[in-house]
Design a protein around this ligand. Sequence first.
Ligand SMILES: [Cu+2]
Length: 506
Amino acid sequence: MKRRALGIVLAAALALPAAAHVGSPNVIFEGTAGPYPVRVIVRPPGVVPGLAEITVRVKEGKAQRVAIRPVRWDTGLEGSPSPDVARPVRGDVGLFAGELWLMTSGSYSVHVEVDGELGAGTVIVPVVSAATERLSMSPYLGTLLVALAVLLFAGAVTAAGAAVGESVLEPGSEAGPGRRRAARWAMTATAMLLAVALYGGKLWWDGADAQHERRLARPLSVRASVTVEEAGHRTLALVIDDSDFRQGRWSPIVPDHGKLMHAFLIAEPSLDAFAHLHPVRLDHERFAVDLPPALPAGRYRLYADLTHASGYAHTLTAAVELPPAVPGAPPRTGRLAPDADDSWHVGGAAGEGKAVFDDGFEMRLVPGGPLHAGREVELRFALYAAGGDAAVLEPYMGMLSHAAVRRHDGAVFIHLHPTGTISMAAQTVLKLRQSGAVASGSSALPPAALDALSGHGGHGGHAAAGAPVVMPYEFPRGGPYRVWVQLKSGGRVYTGVFDLQVEPRG
Ligand SMILES: [Cu+2]
């Protein structure tokens, strides 16, 4: 029996999938607040309302004051609580920590202001506030409460019997048969009354539990299927199968890195085939994309990243079966012609942290010590040209690198960049909203705002020539993970596949 423990006890929590990830709710942002390079981590509470934990690391420049405030997407700064000053963490120069209440579900941002010797700087970190957890009562507490209830029940019944049967007797005298019968009646009536009260209590409890259950964030459901066209092309079709979405109760989908949808396909259970595709929107709820002939037939897991005009970003997932590719099918043209930014890789993980490509290029995982769940880590990768020189990296869809991270069993999936776990589109949208370029409360974006999203602006970090690309992350739990890292050089996207072992928390 799992029940919401009425906020009395915080025991084991069951996480359900929601938001722009699967099973990885913490937000890590790496970027700048004005002149200050910062890393911001937001640990959302998983319940609404709830207290989010925020840490801000100012990596350069002496910061005197860091202030944080939660801003709902539709209220703007003026409708938000006044900023809280984050406290400096003793013994860790440049690290500030604080907590913020997220009062409702939906798209939020944490507005961070840094003041110090270089002046003032601000940055906006998108956060999805969603109830994702149903707290369960620990068996120990449950047993204790049941034992106490039995004791109280028995006590109340005994007390009622004693009150009727013995309270008016002289000390030392025995109750007569009539009085004993009356006492038994009193005890029976009390027991029945208490039973009715208990039943009422159970109904109320179940009602509260069901209400919480209904408020839990559910990912939009998506159906995926593949059809083989006459010319031999395979079309992956996606239908967002959700009545709220169909009826327009979600704000419009906005492009991220210039694409409305980023879809990842990962072969299950082998994980030995991977694709990063960009489906085209056919109508309000239908998307489609041509499948690269190189992807072998079999069962796949689809992850589709979407960002809304509210800044709400989430990952939709579905299972899909791929039929075999038809040999000799001509390259596809027309509306479903392959996107130049589509990429894929067939093959297992690189041995010894070194992925070798057919043109002699090599991608290496730069070791950074053991990985522990629940701790900030930096995943570093470097690309070398044939001959061993560091390759000159080019942005791939505006970012220096993209990575898909999946726990082998699928319990965790996240799309990472050097900027961390956030959706860049969500950050842009929320920034526009706070700047007043979008009327607060309006769910749609004006064309000028959409322009800002469809470009391939180079916001994806930069690396000194030869320096590894760094992607910050915090693994939510231990276990075996696979990472597909995508770096671009000389017009080619290199996908390196690496297996990582993450130690459990503690
Ligand atoms: Cu990406």
